[in-house]
Design a protein around this ligand. Structure first.
Ligand SMILES: Cc1cc2nc3c(=O)[nH]c(=O)nc-3n(C[C@H](O)[C@H](O)[C@H](O)COP(=O)(O)OP(=O)(O)OC[C@H]3O[C@@H](n4cnc5c(N)ncnc54)[C@H](O)[C@@H]3O)c2cc1C
Length: 249
């Protein structure tokens, strides 16, 4: 069963430029689906935002109606944190634009962009920032949780490369967070996991990377895991700074 919000959907539609979905709408099921196909929660309302103003309107609406709010960035969180049952889902998937300034080596990236969106735009200029290891992960959840990936050894975590963030706060205000503006909020965003507001734009410092990079995979049977991990530990210590490594099972 899915809860409905009395007089809700039309009220929110009137305040937003992006579409609003509720149970029964044609696009409702595709809008609530995320990377982990096991997640089957049914929000009462899904607000697909197109601008910070839409995000502010949705947050204000959610507060007025007493709805539990969830935020969808890339929708890649394994536990399905982007989708709450019977609440309001703020869907940022349409806010995935990336603008690169090669002169200043900066990229401004929408809160719903995936790493694929970010990498494609930055690599046009031979630039990159630490992302994860998989292209369909969202920039939002990854950066707000720290963010490690192929470039971490060379350039630090994704959040270390965050220059500023445009944030809509719980009271619906749009603010900028950086070292010099709302510095406490900026500190909390870098690893705090996404509970300090909705980030509508991430601004990253970029680094020259590629276009050619080298990647090697080594495979061991699980039964040899102990020896393999010891061998990796020795090898990693001897790697030049800037060569990354990941161990997976
Ligand atoms: C297969 C797989 C591989 C992964 N690989 C890596 C990896 O290499 N490196 C790594 O660091 N992590 C990795 N992760 C973890 C991943 O970074 C997190 O699950 C992250 O939360 C995904 O971000 P998302 O935006 O896609 O997720 P979502 O499910 O959309 O959101 C996750 C959380 O972040 C919040 N959030 C997302 N965007 C915003 C925003 N713009 N403003 C405010 N809050 C927001 C959401 O509210 C939610 O609480 C991996 C996960 C999986 C399943």
């Amino acid at each position: 069963m899915t809860a409905t919000v009395s007089g809700g959907v039309e009220g929110l539609r009137a305040r937003m430029s992006g579409p609003v979905f509720s149970p029964g709408d044609a696009d409702y099921d595709s809008a609530r689906s995320v990377w982990n196909g096991e997640i089957d929660r049914r929000p009462a309302i899904i607000a697909r935002c197109l601008s910070p103003g839409d995000v502010g309107a949705a947050i204000t609406f959610g507060r007025e109606k007493g709805l539990e709010i969830s935020v969808r960035g890339g929708g890649h969180n394994f536990g399905g944190a982007a989708v709450g049952a019977d609440g309001l889902m703020i869907d940022l998937s349409a806010m995935n634009q990336v603008v690169v300034e090669p002169e200043t080596r900066r990229a401004r990236c929408g809160g719903g962009a995936t790493l694929a969106d970010l990498d494609a735009a930055t690599q046009e200029h031979g630039l990159a920032v630490t992302g994860g290891t998989i292209s369909n992960t969202g920039v939002g959840g990854l950066t707000l949780g720290g963010g490690f990936g192929w470039l971490t050894s060379r350039h630090g975590l994704s959040c270390d490369n965050l220059a500023s963030a445009d944030v809509v706060t719980a009271d619906g205000r749009c603010v900028r967070a950086s070292d010099i503006e709302n510095a406490d909020l900026f500190w909390a965003l870098r690893g705090g996991g996404g509970n300090f507001g909705v980030v509508t734009t991430f601004e990253f410092r970029l680094h020259p990377v590629g276009p050619e990079v080298h990647l090697g995979f080594f495979f061991w049977p699980l039964a040899s895991a102990r020896d393999a991990l010891r061998a990796v530990r020795g090898a990693v210590e001897a790697l030049p700074r800037g060569v990354g490594s990941l161990v997976g099972a």
